[in-house]
Design a protein around this ligand. Structure first.
Ligand SMILES: [Zn+2]
Length: 321
């Protein structure tokens, strides 16, 4: 009898261990589903992008984020030359005490959809690295904050739509924010994520035209990270959801991992499918081992700006128009 009890306990313990999803498990679950062929590359106006929005809503609800109008997480908006509305998926963690200030997390969940070209067999632009995995990162960031103490400022999590065709989703939010635009402390954006294993260096965009990169570097250095942003990053200044906020004078950044493994060795990235092509799919070359460090870095920087929300600014808006 005693042995039987011990056996049952052992089985239950093993089971609960097996059921506890790791960060990497959660990243994989979101990324594989959002980048699957079933979602047709999440193009504007497609059934696939509606399925993606539903999936993100289900995650936000399960995590316990507050919907924007009592029940729904969808913020509908029009885009040019399309009858059907697009939808940002927006969930909130309210501040511990009433305040208008917020940190806005963004990750676009649209991709290019189905584009038929003569002679091409695969026509689905799955958008795995760009940006199913960025959405996964944002969902997991929301989970981490929801599990912690109530934040000092409001946290808004937005899966934006229609980024690829002109950043329409982030632009609509900036014009129709839940908490005033002028009170946004910073926009923390995810677009692409580390799938090449543990790293020690990172790229941050923007490099110039803002006064808070030193602060990001100081927080990162404490965790052993080094800023190694190349100059060509400046060409990307207007190409992301961050630019929507930066040109309005709201601080914003996106942060990628670089090319150095821990210890400084240069890593030659394995061959990935090009983004904006049907090859942007999850493949067996992806190394998920650095995902957790990357999200931890984002979290440390976000925590810092929650505690130090004052005095950071955009010094040259022209760079982002
Ligand atoms: Zn993107």
């Amino acid at each position: 009898m005693k042995n039987k009890l011990a056996f049952v306990t052992l089985v239950l313990c093993t089971l609960s261990f097996a059921l506890k999803a790791t960060v990497v498990d959660d990243f994989k679950r979101h990324t594989y589903y959002l980048a699957s062929d079933e979602l047709e590359g999440r193009g504007n106006g497609s059934e696939g992008i509606e399925l993606a929005a539903k999936y993100i809503e289900v995650q936000f609800r399960a995590i316990g984020l507050t919907p924007i109008d009592g029940y729904s997480y969808l913020q509908l908006f029009p885009i040019p030359n399309q009858q059907k509305s697009e939808a940002n998926v927006v969930g909130v963690i309210k501040a511990a005490t009433k305040t208008n200030r917020s940190i806005v997390f963004t990750a676009h969940y649209d991709a290019l959809g189905i584009i038929k070209k003569p002679g091409q067999k695969d026509v689905i632009h799955n958008g795995a690295l760009d940006n199913a995995i960025g959405v996964a990162a944002m969902i997991e960031m929301a989970r981490q904050y929801q599990q912690g103490a109530k934040p000092a400022h409001n946290l808004v999590f937005i899966a934006t739509a229609a980024e690829e065709t002109g950043q329409y989703g982030s632009d609509y939010y900036a014009k129709n924010p839940i908490f005033p635009l002028k009170d946004i402390i910073i926009n923390v954006n995810f677009d692409g994520f580390n799938v090449t294993g543990p790293k020690e260096d990172y790229y941050v965009m923007p490099r110039q035209g803002v006064d808070f990169v030193d602060e990001i570097d100081a927080v990162s250095a404490k965790l052993g990270w080094v800023n190694d942003t190349p100059g060509w990053i400046d060409q990307m200044n207007t190409k992301f959801d961050t630019s929507t906020f930066l040109r309005e004078g709201v601080p914003a950044f996106t942060l990628w991992t670089g090319n150095r493994a821990k210890g400084g060795k240069q890593v030659k990235s394995p061959k990935f499918g090009n983004i904006h092509s049907p090859d942007d799919q999850v493949n067996d070359q992806w190394n998920w081992d650095g995902v957790e460090d990357h999200i931890n870095l984002y979290k440390a920087i976000s925590d810092y700006f929650l505690l130090h929300p004052d005095g950071i600014k955009v010094t040259d808006r022209k760079l982002f128009i």
